[in-house]
Design a protein around this ligand. Structure first.
Ligand code: HXC
Length: 261
């Protein structure tokens, strides 16, 4: 059911999957302060709801999001932004859930829109998706992690070229460059994202959390520390009921019944 508390988002539950749709069509889903506040609400609700096992964030056919709201930022100076730590809510958002979420991107994902998509655990793109960090063309630079996450995803050459020229990268190139996990037909984007989300939501929640935490650790640690951390988590999972159930179900050739214990 749609939650009427949101004005810039549509938030629905499809069984164990939360679907959040950015909904400022006249502004191509430009990310203003209200969108951020509502995203934080929606993600907090998702994190708190044990019935929900995966979240899909999407936009419209034309735009996932065309960036931070230029009209909101145009009059703001250093004091206006630094004083309130503008956009720090996006850092909080990117850490707000230990459960998985997928960005399903069609059309423009530019500036803050590209940065928001890159905060997801992974991106599925429609063939129409266009990614870019055009901030340089506005006399600014990325400010929600784009220079860092894009570089980690696609490497220096393409990240530098995109940030210096502002050019857009299409879906096919984005898949080749490992910015997105998969490209699908535009008409299949939501169905495919929801299917994958349903698959994830049907797995054992402890194992899912652990896998997310481990892959993310690869971005924050050395290889030997990361492998050590992985081993500790792996051993820890050996004491869960879900590990016993998962392995027993395999041996007994039946479907596992997860308890999250
Ligand atoms: C505010 C925006 C917007 C944005 C589009 N609109 N992008 N409003 N902020 N980022 C508005 C337009 O002003 C217009 O409203 C309406 O959406 C439709 O846009 P058009 O430009 O008419 O559509 P089109 O010709 O199809 O062009 C699509 C587009 C173009 C190529 C995506 O809109 C565009 O270049 N947008 C800006 C992209 C960008 O520079 N993003 C980075 C922003 S900076 P009106 O009312 O005029 O009709 C950023 C900083 C992140 O994101 C870091 C923060 C920390």
């Amino acid at each position: 059911a749609e939650d009427m508390a949101y004005e810039t988002l549509l938030v629905e539950q499809h069984e164990a999957v939360t679907l959040v749709t950015l909904n400022r069509p006249k502004a191509l889903n430009a990310l203003n302060s209200q969108v951020l506040a509502e995203l934080q609400m929606a993600f907090a609700a998702y994190e708190a709801d044990d019935s929900q096992g995966c979240l899909v964030l999407t936009g419209s056919e034309k735009a996932f999001a065309a960036g931070a709201d230029i009209k909101e930022m145009q009059p703001q100076n250093f004091a206006d932004m630094y004083g309130v730590d503008k956009f720090s809510g996006y850092d909080a958002l990117s850490r707000s859930t230990r459960k998985p979420w997928i960005a399903a991107v069609a059309g423009y994902a530019l500036g803050g829109g590209c940065e928001l998509a890159m905060m997801a655990d992974y991106i599925i793109a429609a063939e129409t998706a266009k990614f870019g960090q055009p901030e340089v063309t506005l006399g600014i630079a990325p400010g929600m992690g784009g220079s860092q996450r894009l570089t980690r995803a696609v490497g220096k050459a393409k990240a530098m070229q995109m940030c210096l020229t502002g050019r857009m990268m299409g879906a096919e190139e984005a898949e080749r460059a490992s910015l997105v996990a998969q490209v699908v037909l535009a008409g299949k984007l939501l169905e495919e994202a929801l299917n994958q989300a349903r698959t994830i939501a049907g797995l054992g929640p402890l194992a899912v959390k652990a896998n997310k935490e481990l892959v993310n650790a690869a971005f924050e640690t050395s290889l030997s520390e990361g492998v050590h951390f992985e081993r500790r988590i792996f051993f820890g999972l050996a004491s869960t009921q879900d590990k016993q159930e998962g392995m027993t179900a395999f041996i007994e050739k039946r479907k596992a019944g997860w308890t999250g214990k």
